[in-house]
Ligand binder design. Structure first.
Ligand code: MG
Ligand code: MG
Length: 265
């Protein structure tokens, strides 16, 4: 069942998303070789709690151990923060959620560390672009398949693999609600988009095969061929003639030292 949001609820979600965006910005200041991923997690949790929120992921399903998912290189999503220290050439996907005044927000960004090769930077850049191809389609009157198809057709044109097992999702009083937002699909198919829908669009795109495997910890998902993967996520509200992006990567882009998206090719 899809819970449509009122204008007031969307405003609260935007407040939640501001705390989330700024938490991402605090993390961005610290992403560099030598930092332990558990430190990033601690900083995010403290920032969220200091601003009146609760980390949405902590204890999710009674078992997720952290406030961030930190997924390095061949890990697609749901990696745990821990003792691992980031290294040059890593690509590091950081996903975070905030619960505030009864509503969740959810967004993710993949950082390339200095030294990453151009081929991997292109994977990240095109995955980022695919997110916006999807967002452009998230307007009233379209179908979910229009969003899915826009993402899939763009990234597959470069030969990348689109993960099938994990999808975007509605967000509201629950972190994961209907509708599902697949990153693959057919134009004109699927749920009809109406004003008041709020959902997360989150392409998870692999350099190689689309196939993934789950590690024995029950959470960590990695590529079957151990090639790198990228993940970017925004939440949108469906409007009459457009999608409104509710989350922000602005604080990440202000604070991350490696300006990889503005590099000259
Ligand atoms: Mg999500
Ligand atoms: Mg997320």
């Amino acid at each position: 069942m899809i819970h449509l949001k009122t204008e007031e609820e969307i405003q609260i979600i935007k407040e939640s998303a501001q705390i989330l965006g700024k938490a991402h910005g605090e993390i961005a200041k610290l992403v560099k070789p030598g930092v332990k991923t558990s430190v990033l997690d601690k900083v995010a949790e403290e920032f969220i709690r200091d601003h009146g929120g609760v980390p949405s992921f902590k204890n999710y399903n009674g078992s997720f151990p952290a406030s961030l998912c930190i997924s390095v290189n061949e890990v697609v999503v749901h990696g745990f923060p821990g003792n691992y220290e980031l290294r040059e050439k890593d690509v590091v996907a950081i996903d975070c959620g905030v619960y505030y005044k009864g509503f969740h927000s959810d967004s993710a960004y993949t950082y390339p560390l200095e030294g990453v090769d151009e081929k991997t930077l292109l994977l990240l850049e095109r995955t980022y672009e695919s997110l916006f191809k999807g967002i452009e389609q998230a307007k009233a009157g379209n179908r979910m398949g229009d969003v899915s198809h826009a993402i899939q057709s763009y990234v597959e044109s470069f030969g990348y693999g689109v993960v099938r097992e994990l999808v975007g999702h509605g967000v509201g009083k629950n972190l994961h609600e209907d509708p599902e937002v697949p990153n693959y699909g057919k134009r004109g198919k699927g749920v009809k988009l109406v004003v008041g829908m709020v959902f997360a669009i989150e392409p998870m795109i692999n350099m190689g095969t689309k196939n993934v495997v789950q590690e024995r910890d029950g959470w960590t998902i990695r590529t079957a061929d151990r090639k790198p993967s990228a993940h970017f996520e925004h939440m949108v509200a469906v409007r009459e003639d457009r999608a409104e992006v509710l989350t922000t990567h602005k604080y990440i882009e202000e604070n991350y030292s490696f300006k990889w998206r503005n590099r000259s090719r």
